[in-house]
Design a protein around this ligand. Structure first.
Ligand code: G3H
Ligand code: 13P
Ligand code: ZN
Length: 309
């Protein structure tokens, strides 16, 4: 079916109490893994592209890959700009067929974040495109030594309500203790659920959780077994139970990139180690694509989006 917006996908999730995965892609194989799995699981899905993924693949090519696979699929798919940092990138994506954009001005002071987000929202809404914005900074709670510093980096509930009212954004990414990448927590994983509940009570739009990868121990062990560095042994992500709690407390969009990278790299390392004579690119990439499909499928079950489309 034709691409849809994130707003449409997420409003259904908010109404029915589940969440939808936003999985990052930068090429054909990852996009196939995402959309094929969404089809098999009968799940809506958001295909996310960071500015660096767009540069890597080329904006027209990435748009064409996602669009052609989505149009064949019988489930709702949104093509989303992840962490767009400026107005120009947003406009380029809208011109090239994206149906959902994120403007991430979270490093700006509140007023600057509002101003840029509002400017993006006005233009995107004219084009029928939904807008995600971010308030708060994504740093792991354990990374912050001083409690006052920790609180300053997490999303303030009353600011969140003002931010959404002033900008008109459709989706709000919030900071409650997750961070991007494979090394999220040094000690106990800890998310600020009371804060999430308060934000969800005050903000009428859908909420997004970035930095939500689980970092599966078997996957990192396999990657290490086949030659990845030992540093990976200290990788830690968001446990499944915390994801369930996040959904229960008001999250509708869940961003996953690292888990796909880890699954892919473990499978690729394995095939390279076990079949050193193999030179067919397709045979080297296929196990990685299958491994990503397995991860995406289990996320769709965990998020409750399986069977919703
Ligand atoms: O949040 C960022 C995503 O993981 C994308 O990362 O800029 O390396 O594509 P990237
Ligand atoms: P992870 O690094 O936890 O996969 O988070 C990805 C993300 O938030 C992309 O925007
Ligand atoms: Zn993110």
């Amino acid at each position: 079916m034709p691409l849809t917006t994130s707003k449409q996908i997420l409003e259904a999730a908010k109404r029915d109490g589940y969440a939808v995965g936003a999985f990052n892609t930068s090429n054909l194989e990852v996009t196939q893994a995402i959309i094929e799995t969404a089809t098999e699981k009968r799940s809506p899905v958001i295909v996310s592209t960071s500015p660096s993924a767009i540069t890597y693949a080329g904006i027209e090519h990435l748009s064409t890959i996602v669009r052609s696979l989505a149009e064949e699929a019988p489930v709702p798919v949104a093509l989303h700009l992840d962490h767009g940092l400026d107005f120009e990138t947003v406009v380029k994506c809208i011109r090239n067929g994206w149906t959902s954009v994120m403007i991430d001005a979270s490093k700006e002071p509140f007023a600057g974040n509002v101003a840029l987000t509002k400017k993006v929202t006005e233009v995107a809404h004219l084009a029928g495109i939904s807008v995600e914005a971010e308030l708060g900074r994504l740093v792991g709670i354990e990374d912050q030594v001083v409690v006052s510093e920790r609180d300053a980096s997490l999303t303030d509930p009353s600011e969140a309500a003002r931010f959404v009212a002033e900008t008109g954004c459709d989706v709000l990414a919030i900071a409650i203790g997750t961070s991007h990448g494979a090394y999220k927590f040094k000690g106990e994983p800890k998310l600020d659920f009371p804060r999430l509940r308060e934000i969800a009570g005050r903000v009428p739009v859908s909420l997004a959780l970035h930095g939500a990868s689980g970092v599966n121990k078997e996957t990192t062990a396999k990657a290490i077994r086949y030659g990845a560095g030992e540093k990976l042994a200290s990788a830690a992500g968001v446990p499944d139970e915390a994801i369930r709690q996040a959904i229960k407390n008001g999250i509708q969009k869940i961003n996953i990139d690292t888990d796909l990278r880890l699954a892919f790299v473990a499978a690729l390392r394995e095939v390279l180690a076990l079949r050193p004579e193999e030179i067919d690119v397709r045979k080297l990439l296929q196990p990685g694509r299958e491994a990503m499909k397995a991860v995406i499928g289990s996320k769709m079950e965990l998020f409750g989006s399986a069977g919703r489309a």
